[in-house]
Ligand binder design. Structure first.
Ligand code: MG
Length: 385
């Protein structure tokens, strides 16, 4: 895999030795699927893509087969057996790198699969000035100390507190020495604490909400063994009336009549929204935006579609492609097609090439043929991200 030459060289340790029992199931959580790939593979691929070399994955004593299957094809990965605690596992990983003696090492948890490159860049940059650097986030909620009987016993100042994530970055010699010298009676919460205990200072850099730890079953349940593709279809009709604005594909189209409905009655966006919701099995547009709710009166339908796409992304899917057919005698759709493609692509956060807009008449037959209304049908394919 190509490395990014702008980053200084670094080694990496991915800790994947836990049993992950809280997630449930027979397989430890780091080997279960999340967004189409084993959890551990996400961080390993992200670190390799950023140039990590060598890369050590610390695994449980009996997990070799699972780990090799989960990371198949990633030849440069080295496996090391973990210890009784996370701290022991990290130390084993560091000792396994002692002969390589890299200048810098990132220590990461497999349970944080979504690792953005900018976080790695910030950590390595901070490591130029300090022996350690960790990604942190502010505390946004106020804090309470829990006393006996679950009675509030005090507060803490959230302004001076931070939530700590991984990867944590260190000068290799400093963190190896700190782990070897650790004399604590209890286990450290993380590797930054180990470095601080041996008087090393640790820089705080901005973390990322993407790095959230997968802990509980609900984080995984929707995406375990998720199919690579999902398809949904949508169909909608609105009545054409004099005195209404005509909105199609998020654009106002000049015409002598417009579509009537509770929202802006954009029949095209309604059909696409239903197709997206259908693909992820999340009900229909009325489930999410009931016409009985006055807040949607005259609403722009773009927000309905954007919401459906957000739900699809949360379920682990990206937009594959959209194919929409508008059925009407008038107005002529052709002149508006380029602007419509562009508008739909923008609402859905995809490219114009992924959006097809077609139009047909019904040869003056039926309600569309008589100009009483416009119908739209859409098919959407989603691909696992
Ligand atoms: Mg509708």
């Amino acid at each position: 895999m190509a490395s990014l030459s702008s980053l200084p060289p670094f080694a990496a340790i991915v800790v994947a030795a836990g049993k992950g029992l809280r997630v449930g199931g027979d397989v430890p959580k780091q080997f279960r699927h999340w967004r189409g790939r084993p959890l551990v593979r996400h961080s390993v691929e992200a670190l390799l893509a950023a140039g990590a070399q060598p890369l050590v994955v610390v695994i449980g004593a009996d997990a070799r087969d699972d780990a090799e299957a989960a990371l198949s094809g990633l030849d440069s990965v080295r496996f090391v057996t973990g210890g009784a605690s996370r701290q022991d596992s990290v130390r084993n990983g560091l000792e396994a790198l002692a002969d390589d003696a890299p200048e810098r090492v990132l220590i990461h948890d497999a349970a944080r699969p979504d690792l953005p490159l900018p976080v790695i860049e910030r950590l390595l940059e901070a490591l130029e000035r300090q022996p350690g650097a960790i990604p942190v986030l502010p505390v946004v909620d106020s804090l309470a100390m829990a006393g006996q009987g679950n009675i509030m016993a005090g507060t803490a100042q959230r302004e001076s507190l931070r939530r700590v994530q991984t990867p944590q970055a260190f000068r290799f010699a400093a963190i190896l020495a700190a782990h070897r010298a650790w004399q604590g009676a209890t286990l450290a919460g993380d590797d930054a604490q180990v470095l601080v205990a041996s008087s090393g200072s640790v820089a705080l850099v901005d973390g990322d909400e993407c790095l959230k730890k997968i802990t509980f079953a609900e984080d995984l349940v929707d995406t375990i063994k998720a199919p690579a593709f999902r398809i949904g279809q949508g169909y909608d009709v609105h009545r054409l009336e004099v005195g209404e604005e005509l909105w199609l594909c998020g654009l106002q189209i000049p015409h002598d009549k417009g579509l009537s409905g509770h929202s802006d009655a954009d029949v095209a966006l309604h059909a696409i929204t239903d197709a997206v919701l259908g693909a992820i099995g999340a009900g229909d547009i009325g489930t999410h935006f009931p016409p009985s709710d006055p807040q949607w009166r005259g609403a722009r339908s773009a927000q309905f579609l954007a919401h459906a796409v957000k739900l699809a992304r949360e379920a682990g899917y990206e937009i594959g492609n959209v194919d929409l057919t508008l059925i009407c005698e008038a107005p002529k759709i052709g002149p508006h097609r380029p602007a419509m493609r562009s508008a739909v692509a923008q609402i859905m956060g995809t490219t114009e090439s992924a959006v097809s807009i077609k139009a047909t008449t019904t040869e003056k037959l039926g309600f569309t043929g008589r100009g009483e209304g416009i119908a739209a049908q859409a098919i959407v394919a989603l691909a696992l991200a």
